[in-house]
Design a protein around this ligand. Structure first.
Ligand code: HEC
Length: 124
């Protein structure tokens, strides 16, 4: 056991510094994990499946702004974005004006539509 004399002081200091640097590594790992968790859902709308669905079903009208469709990746979406995403998803499901229900995407559910809308309403 340590007697508190000078001979064991360096060992104590060494032990303490190892412990604290170990603590920072754990902290860093936790932070990285937290960052990943917060970044991943945002990246969701950019996945390949969303790209594919967009090209299959939405691009025909939204890519060329056919019959009043807000043009993809442009400022056209500003007035729609003001309504908020949930409202847009609902309108896309039901169809509105010249926009067909589900945007003709039969394989889409509300989550896919939401991803598609996030994707094409963003300026690029
Ligand atoms: C046949 C052409 C056509 C296709 C295909 C199409 N859209 Fe549209 N979309 C439109 C038109 C036209 C509007 C404008 C409707 C209006 O406000 O009169 C529109 C509007 C929208 C809106 C805004 C709805 C609102 O008023 O809140 C969303 C969101 C949308 N489309 C999503 C999609 C998605 C997602 C797809 C692909 C799955 C898609 N659209 C495919 C023609 C199309």
């Amino acid at each position: 056991m340590c007697c508190g004399c000078f001979s064991c002081l360096p060992a104590k200091l060494y032990y303490r510094s190892v412990l604290s640097s170990h603590g920072t590594i754990i902290m860093r790992k936790t932070l990285t994990a937290l960052l990943l968790v917060t970044v991943l859902p945002a990246a969701h709308a950019d996945d390949d499946y969303t790209h594919e669905l967009y090209e299959l079903y939405c691009q025909a009208c939204h890519g060329a702004a056919v019959s009043g469709a807000p043009r993809s990746f442009s400022r056209d979406w500003q007035p729609w974005l003001k309504k908020g995403l949930p409202q847009m998803v609902e309108n896309a499901i039901r169809g509105t004006g010249n926009m067909p229900a589900m945007g003709t995407c039969n394989e889409c559910g509300p989550q896919e539509l939401e991803d598609l809308i996030r994707y094409m309403s963003r300026e690029q």
